[in-house]
Write a protein that binds this ligand. Structure first.
Ligand code: PEP
Ligand code: MN
Length: 341
């Protein structure tokens, strides 16, 4: 961090600021006295410093952060890829590293028949994890809200029948006891900055699938991952799911550049949700290919056996047949980056 001081600052004022900053611990301040201005350069762990607090100081002209504010999620301090093992009926499913994994299933769990039928077919096509929402974050309070605990019970039934580990969204830490047998806990886009929820998930050792917020920067996404990690859970999977832009032709805009950017900035696995990103079933396959080509570690895809009748997100849900075709055509794109599907 570089702090430029205002002109005519007294040595005493400067010493006091340096002492204040260094009292945070693990920081060394180097002062450069110039003819035009005085500068303080900070080296060490600056994650606990807030630029705005320093800038609020009367003697400070400007503050510039030169190091990322996240540490545990930062590739600089952890050069190797994080590889997450999700326990499954026959061993475990690897997320990250050289693996390319596909998570598939309906937007929401609707009935036992629906979830088990979809689970069986996506498994046959090559999905290694089953998704399904039991708690649904809906814009309207009158829209289908999910089957809640019954939804989780049905997911666990489908898991038992197929052996597929399950991924489902949590909306409140109060529901954590219901997630005991859930394999991957999803934090949805709308909760990416629910910091109290993130802290509670840090106390759990299960993998957390953290989706990027509708209007959040990549640094904010990584800071949210940092919340979970700093609270004790290193098993975070990042998910790019499209962001709000001025474009209205698609539900969101898939930020394809987010993938290589996140892979560079962080060691955490990055998966892509082309379903929510574009909101249109016919666009899911091309977006999935693009994601695989830019080194995504996997995909999360909405599949429904009757999209027209889906209780949520039918327009973006692909049929089991279309999913089967997608898995077959995605392989060469994943292999471009040396990943095995
Ligand atoms: C979902 O996965 O069904 C979902 C609600 O996703 P998002 O939080 O990305 O909108
Ligand atoms: Mn959905």
């Amino acid at each position: 961090m570089i702090i430029v001081l205002k002109k005519d600052v007294s040595p005493e004022e400067m010493r006091k600021l340096v002492a204040d900053i260094e009292s945070v611990g693990n920081i060394k301040a180097n002062t450069i006295i110039g003819e035009q201005s005085n500068v303080i350069g900070l080296v060490g762990d600056t994650t606990r410093l807030n630029e705005d607090d320093i800038a609020a100081n009367d003697i400070v002209e400007s503050v510039k952060r030169v190091q990322e504010p996240y540490k545990m999620a930062n590739r600089k301090f952890h050069p190797e890829d994080t590889v997450i093992q999700v326990p499954s009926a026959n061993g475990s499913v690897t997320i990250g590293g050289g693996a390319f994994q596909i998570i598939a299933g309906p937007c929401s769990v609707e009935s036992e028949e629906q979830i088990t039928e979809i689970a069986k077919s996506v498994k046959k096509s090559g999905a290694k994890l089953l998704r399904g929402g039991a708690f649904k974050p809906r814009t309207s309070p009158y829209a289908f809200q999910g089957l809640h605990d019954e939804g989780i019970r049905l997911l666990l039934k489908a898991k038992k029948e197929t052996g597929l580990p399950i991924v489902t969204e949590i909306m409140s830490a109060a529901h954590l006891p219901l997630f005991e047998d859930v394999d991957v806990i999803q934090v949805g886009a709308r909760n990416m900055q629910n910091f109290e929820l993130l802290k509670e998930l840090g106390a759990v050792q299960k993998p957390i699938l953290l989706k990027r917020g509708l209007a959040n920067t990549l640094e904010e996404l990584l800071m949210s991952a940092e919340y979970i990690m700093a609270a004790g859970n290193p098993n975070v999977i990042l998910c790019e799911r499209g962001i709000r832009t001025f474009e209205t032709a698609t539900r969101n805009t898939l930020d394809i550049s987010a993938i290589p950017m996140l892979k560079k900035a962080s060691h955490l696995p990055v998966i892509v949700d082309p379903s929510h990103a574009c909101g249109i079933a016919s666009m899911v396959e091309p977006m999935a290919k693009a994601a695989a080509a830019v080194r995504a570690d996997g995909l999360i895809i909405e599949v429904h056996n009757n999209p027209q009748k889906a209780l949520c997100d039918g327009k973006q849900s692909i049929t089991p047949e279309a999913f089967d075709k997608l898995v077959k055509t995605i392989r060469p794109f994943a292999e471009l980056n040396g990943k095995t599907l």
